[in-house]
Every structure is written in structure tokens, then in C-alpha cells.
Design a binder for this molecule. Sequence first.
Ligand SMILES: [Zn+2]
Ligand SMILES: [Zn+2]
Length: 297
Amino acid sequence: MRRWIDAGGNDIDPAGRDEIDWLRALPFIAMHVACLAVLWVGVSPFAVCVAVLLYAMRMFAITAFYHRYFSHKAFKTSRAVQFVFAVLAASSVQRGPLWWAAHHRHHHAHADTARDLHSPRKGFWRSHVSWFLTQGAFATNPARIGDWLKYPELRWLDRFDTAVPVALAIALYAIGAMLETHAPALHTSGAQLLVWGFFISTVVLFHATVTINSLAHRFGSRRYATKDDSRNNAWLALLTLGEGWHNNHHFYPGSARQGFRWWEIDFTWYGLRLMQGLGLVHSLKGVPDWVLAKGRR
Ligand SMILES: [Zn+2]
Ligand SMILES: [Zn+2]
């Protein structure tokens, strides 16, 4: 149970152990059950807006930073911006930036082979969520993220990967309780903002993110004949702010852009362009002409 709080000292082979660690998975399961509390706390337009806003902000942090930045180094930024977005992404209950990048790099190295932890060839349930709860998947392989180990603040986020989510939950409860007293017209409360802003928003965010493992390796079109089963899927791209162009991404993972055509909507790419305009990120890697030419259709 110590590992609910402290994930340090966990360096075992991520492909090593396949059993679900039910005790360690309990907080994650409890987070799903807590969504049922909506029956008691009710709903208000304000609480729904907070839930949607936190979904969008955290999805951007996951796709732009956990994925395109920490896993693939598709652009550059300052240490401060790197940290701020690592914290925002860490509030998504998808563990720390080093864990996420290590597992994702492992996925690209072994996509849809026996060593891929979340290939749909192992079944939908395994690719979608149960891989996340296996004993082996709780570990971070340091050999995969040696480039990030020099940042103690990132190592801390990884070791105490429940700290930021708990802080967000407490903050939402406190803000909701304050608004109940000082802005009664909003018809919200501490418990209501906690349930909508944290539990519901985070659970939906988690399941939307992992559709890229479970559905984007099964449903959609294949522009590139990659060795894996990755697909391009416009619906998943809308849901995940651009990650649904997954066949593009498996063919050329180094780009900060995953929608390769003007009509392939990629909100994360637009967000990164905006951040570049504001001077917050730079050196965004684009898609080379030979990649575009090879996939001309
Ligand atoms: Zn993939
Ligand atoms: Zn990737």
C-alpha cells in the first residue's frame, strides 16, 4: 500500500510480470466507483464546464508533452514550461512523465509484437486498461528515459505520482465549497466540483487517451504500410486532440504534427503553433516532404 503514494524503487523489466496487481490498482478502481456519487451531488452547468475545461487542458498536456515532447522530443522548450506541463499532465492519473515516456517508447519499439504491453492482438480489455494495472507495467525502465533522469523535479513527479492528482482533487473541493458560500447562483458545492472536475473528467480523460492503444490499432485506415496495426481515425483524433492519426504517427513518430493533411484535424498541433507564437516552445519538428510523398492519398 506504500506504493499507492511512493512509486520509487520500481525498476523491473516492464515486460516481466503480467498479473493484475489488484491491491495497487484499488485507488484507480475507486476513482471509477466515485463517479457514481454524481447521483448524490447532482449537476450544474458550472461543474460541467469545469469538467470539460480540465479534460481539454489535461488532454493537451498529455498529447503535447507526455507524448510528443517527453516520449518523442518533437519540439524544444524551457525547463520551467517543461515542468508546468508535466505537472498538468501528471494530474491526469496516468502516472509520471518518465513512466509515460518509458512505456510509450517501449510501445514504438515493439508495437503489436508479443513484447507490446497493450497490443489489441492480446484482446481489447488488455490493450485498453488491464495492461495499465499489471505488476510489470507499474515499473519504469530507466534505460528508456536516461535522457530525462538529470531533472530531479521530473523524478519527483514520477516517484510521487499521486501527489498532483490529490492536490487537484483537494483544490476542486475547496473552490466548490467557497463558491457554494460566496456565489450561490452557480448552484455548485465542494462535493459536486470534486465529482465532476476530478472523478468524471479524469475517468473520461483516461479512457479517451487509451483508445489510441485499443481502438487506433484496430479501426481506421492505413496510409502507410507500417509493421504494426496502427490506423488513422478521425473520430479518435477529435476525441484526443489529434492523436487519432496514429498510422501517420507510427510511420513518422518524430514530428510534432500528427495530422499530415490540412483536413486531418490535430488540435494539439494548433496549440503547439500558438505556444510557439507566444515564445513558450520552439523548434517544432514538421513532416518531411519524402514522408508526405510516400503517403500521397
Ligand atoms: Zn501505437
Ligand atoms: Zn508515439
